[in-house]
Each structure stands twice: as structure tokens, then as C-alpha cells.
Ligand binder design. Sequence first.
Ligand code: CMC
Length: 449
Amino acid sequence: MSATSDNSSKETLTITDNRTGKQYEVPIKDGTIRAMDLRQIKTDDAEDFGLMTYDPAFMNTASCKSTITYIDGDRGVLEYRGYPIEQLAEQSSYLEVAYLLLHGELPTAEQMKQWTWDITHHTFINENIRKVLDGFHYNAHPMGMFEAMVAALSTFYPESKNIRDEACRRKQIHRLIAKVPTIAAFAYRHRVGLPISYPDNDLSYEGNFLNMMFKTTELKYQPNPVLEKALSVLFILHADHEQNCSTNTMRSIGSAETDPYSALAGAAAALYGPLHGGANEAVLRMLNEIGSIDHVPEYVKRVKAGEFRLMGFGHRVYKNYDPRARIIKQIAYEVFEVTGRDPLLDLALELERIALEDEYFVKRRLYPNVDFYSGIIYRAMRFPVDMFPVLFAIPRTSGWLAQWVELLNDPEQKIARPRQIYLGQRTRDYVSMSQRGDGAAAGQAAGGA
Ligand code: CMC
């Protein structure tokens, strides 16, 4: 593709179809052309469907308009509703940020009081949902249990299908934000064989979560304020990240007007993948595998040889230091004041140092992302490695819900349904089995499915 310029300035794009010599002028709005404006571009063939765009993995396609989260990946900027992530991490709390994401503005004192009450008074789950856990093997991955229990909630709240009823929707939002820490902690207790620790509504959102995770014989669990604050910051940093894989899943399922519990279970499943929210778990496993600082250069060499990826590095949008990783790196030191320093931090720092100096990473603009340091803090706080993706899902719940509400209120949105370029066989006659010969070669050619 080439570009020439003249002096005319107009918010349109002129396209010449060299197949026909015809010209088309399509509007440009917000730096974007509408893919549907290309459909008019056709050859003289009456069968021609019209021009489409091909964009596997949505590399250059906006699927929605949004006012929730702004990212400038080149500059390493992240804002929720216009507020820089650094200011929110320093001055806000997770529940306040959840309110901001969902309502568009920071709450007044009165609104915050009501919001906290609404969330706090939905933290319990029906005992029958708890019993769902009994069906899981003792070593079931907590993220699998989390997804299943969130999906199960839809059967307890059938009214949640009324997705166009605002008051009903609000109720499900309260329930989901309130219950995800309970579900997560119950899954953990099942995993380690400890009795359930029920919610304590006197505590903060984060403090109560720590209570449900770690309370043993004490009559009243007192969370360590440094760890409570660190968890709040981590939750703030993970609350939303515009149209990432799991949010796109939430919107895609939501576009079919599915209830929010089922949609959120699907979003959590997307988050579970090691290229997405499962990366924090993968980072810890990687650091343990590397084992010591002397092994770092050899490991980086193998990454460069394409044997595997450096987990916690690289991002589709950030081509600069992920601002969340910078904040997490800072709070790691505060957490270690309480828990003692984790030697894996030194390993991670060395890995980062070597990678950031290496041409392979520099050329591809690969920097540490949010998952690189979060696992080290979670580990220091005594969270087991397989809980890490669940710790991502708890705060991302507010982001998923904010995006879901935005989708439902957007008159331009319809059921999500991408197009495809069909390159397979066309209409042919069925061949009976006796006449098919040895099908092995044909099966392999088709991908062996
Ligand atoms: N280690 C080594 N090489 C990498 C890495 C990595 N972590 N990430 C990208 N590359 C290389 C990749 O091989 C490719 O090289 P080449 O041009 O020679 O083929 C180039 O960089 C571009 O990579 P890509 O796969 O086209 O980039 P993408 O935007 O499709 O992938 C990513 C983004 C996050 C999936 C990827 O960087 C990755 O797999 N990172 C490791 C997993 C990870 O940390 N994920 C967490 C992301 S942040 C939190 C979240 O979203 O949940």
C-alpha cells in the first residue's frame, strides 16, 4: 500500500477499486471507517457480496464505542473514566473504583455508603451453591471451580434473564461483585480441605476476602492493613482493561442477551488462558523453573530461539512499560516489609534487566506486563499459585459488568456475529462409506479432526 498527499482536508476516505475503476468516498469518524461502508464496493458480478475486511484476532478492528477505559499503549497510559491509574491506585479503594467503572463518576460520600452496604449485604451464597463444591475432586483447579460456581448462580437467580430491566440488572451486579470473593475463597478452602470461613461484613471488601481465605481458629480475623491495602491496589489495577480477550467474551455472550452469570462464567474461562489472566500463574511456574539468577541468560536464549515465551512479557496494546507493572513493582517492597523478601523477586528483577537490554525484546517492544510481578506479591501473601487467575477474576468482575451494561445500552450493538472467508469445498455429492477408499490421507489433509 502507498500514500500520496494533496492539500485538501476532508474527514473522508476515497477508495479506488482497481478491478472496476470506480471510486468511493467513505466518512472517517473518530479515526475510523465503518466496515459496512465497504460493502457497497462490488465488481460487476451480480453474485458479488461486496468488500469485507479480514482481521483475525481483531488486530485493527474496533468492536464498540466505549467511555470506560482509555489506554495509550505507546505511552504506557491507562485511565478509568479519565482518571489516571496511578492516582486511583494511590488514593482510591477497589470498591470505589468498581463504582466509578459502573457509574462513570466517583461516588459522593452518601453514594459510597449505599454502594458499600449493597455489596456487603450480598456476600453470602446459598448453601446449595456451596454444596456444588463437594462434587469437585480435592485437587480441582480453583479457576475451574470458580467458573462453574459463577455459572451455577444463574440457576439460583432466574430473574437475571431480565437483562433489559435496569433495577433487576443492578441487583445482579451487586450480587456478582459481592459473591465472587466468597466463591473464590470457598473454592480455595475446598482445595486445601479447610472448613469454610463465612463472610465477615464488618471488614472491608479486601479484608473480608483475606478472612474467608485465611481465618483459622481466631474468633475475629484481623487483616494486616498493609496487605489489605496492597490487595486493594492489585484489585484496582486489574479492574478493567478495555476490549481484552475476556471482556470481548463477556460482550460477545452478553450480545445474545444471556444472563450476566452465564456471560461472566464465559469471560472467566477466557481469562483462565495462559496468554491472558493465566499468565501470572505461568510466570511463577517459569521463575521456579529458572531456579536461580545464573540460569537467566540461558533461559532468555531459549526464549529467543523460539522454544517458549517469556511469560509476563509483551502485550497486544502496550508497546511500552505496562503502567500496572510499574505500580505493582513498587508495592512489592511494601508487602515484603511485612512478609519478608521473596528471593523470586531478585530473579524477576534480573530477568527483566537482561530482557530489557536484549535486542530481541527491544526490537519487538516487549516489556513486563501486569502479570510479571503480581504473582510474586500474591505468593508472599500466601496465596497458592493456582489461585492467581482467580485473584484476577475477582476485580475484573466489575470491569466485565461495566462493559456489559455499556453494551446493553448501546443502540448500535446487536448479537455479535463475525463474517468468515470460506475457502473450503463447495457443493458436492455425498459419497457412501463403501466408496470412500482409504480416508486417512483425506482426513490428514483436512486437519485430522
Ligand atoms: N516472549 C517472547 N517473545 C514474544 C513474547 C514473549 N512473551 N510476546 C511476544 N513475543 C514475540 C512474538 O514471538 C513475535 O515475534 P516475531 O515477530 O518474531 O514472530 C512478536 O513478539 C509479536 O508477538 P505477537 O504474538 O504477534 O503479539 P500479540 O499481540 O499477538 O501477543 C501476548 C500478545 C500478550 C499474547 C504475547 O505478548 C504473549 O504471549 N505474552 C506472554 C503471555 C503473557 O504475559 N500474557 C499476559 C498479557 S497481560 C495481562 C492480560 O491481558 O491478561
